[in-house]
Design a protein around this ligand. Structure first.
Ligand code: PAF
Length: 289
């Protein structure tokens, strides 16, 4: 089966309806394109859960702030299509901005509260409203059995789970583990903004998270660990750091002095033109299986 690309909601729906008539299970992998091995790993996971995989490619303007990289965001549809074809993806949905936001569009989807005001939500006001709006649309347009999202955007994954539960959207949201380069750098479309020198510095973010994670899991105090982590990240060449924080893995509330429940350490830091994010799970030694 080779890849088909459609650009309209009508064509997307017609394809999915034909699959449904055959009794096939459908998975959606929403992306903004500029695909890399991390995305391909999401499509592989999707294939384990469904007979047909749709990958949407849409650089969503409503999730970018006015000073962010919306117009510069890499758009590489022909290359993306080749990768998807080779990965056995059935359908690429690549709509235009007008198809997704036609004239008169006026509806917002907004997840309130602590989960969206912290971490990337604090540094990027309105970002998660844009994500919630577009993911709601993509889910309702394609009505898949399941949808796959990478844990690299862990906060995004939790926000998506929240509004799918709240709005009773009948889809299974599956989180996929972070895919890393050999030197530990989390794969990201934004890694292509890094210069050769910056690319050698970038993996230090993962190293710092790993060091803090190992110590925090055995009950070390977070204050000194995070202070040293910040110093190490700045010394490596990142500047500024948007956040380096340990939060509850489910509620995203800040963890106090030590980790006693499943938690996550989150970082966002700037290196040259790139803003890199990463996170690690912290499982306290007393509950690790
Ligand atoms: O993670 C992304 O690439 C985007 O935020 C998503 C989920 C495709 C929505 O535009």
């Amino acid at each position: 089966m080779s890849l088909t690309t459609v650009h309209t909601v009508a064509d997307l729906r017609a394809t999915v309806a034909a699959w449904r008539a055959e009794g096939l299970r459908v998975a959606l992998v929403p992306t903004m394109g500029a695909l890399h091995d991390g995305h391909i790993s999401l499509t592989k996971l999707a294939r384990e859960h469904a007979d047909r995989v749709i990958v949407s490619i849409f650089v969503n303007p409503t999730q970018f702030g006015p000073t962010e990289d919306f117009s510069a965001y890499p758009r590489t549809l022909p290359d993306d299509q080749k990768l998807l074809d080779a990965a056995g993806v059935a359908l690429c949905f690549a709509p235009s901005v007008d198809e997704m936001y036609p004239e008169g569009f006026a509806t917002k989807v907004s997840v309130d509260g602590a989960m969206t005001n912290v971490l990337c939500g604090a540094a990027r006001p309105g970002h998660f409203d844009g994500v919630a709006q577009i993911v709601t649309k993509l889910l309702l347009q394609s009505l898949p059995d399941c949808a796959i999202f990478g844990q690299k955007d862990y906060q995004q994954l939790m926000v998506i789970r929240r509004f799918c539960d709240d709005l009773n959207i009948p889809v299974d949201i599956i989180g996929a583990k972070i895919l890393r380069e050999k030197d530990g750098l989390a794969m990201s479309s934004r890694n292509r903004y890094l210069s050769v020198t910056e690319r050698t510095i970038a993996p230090s973010l993962n190293r710092v998270l790993a060091e803090i994670t190992a110590k925090a899991a055995t009950g070390a105090e977070l204050g000194p660990l995070l202070a040293k982590g910040r110093q190490d990240i700045l010394a490596a060449g990142f500047d500024p750091i948007d956040y380096l924080e340990v939060r509850d893995a489910l509620t995203l509330e800040l963890v106090g002095q030590t980790v006693t429940k499943p938690a996550r350490i989150f970082v966002a830091a700037h290196l040259g033109k790139a803003r890199l994010i990463d996170n690690h799970a912290i499982t306290p030694a007393n509950i690790a299986g």
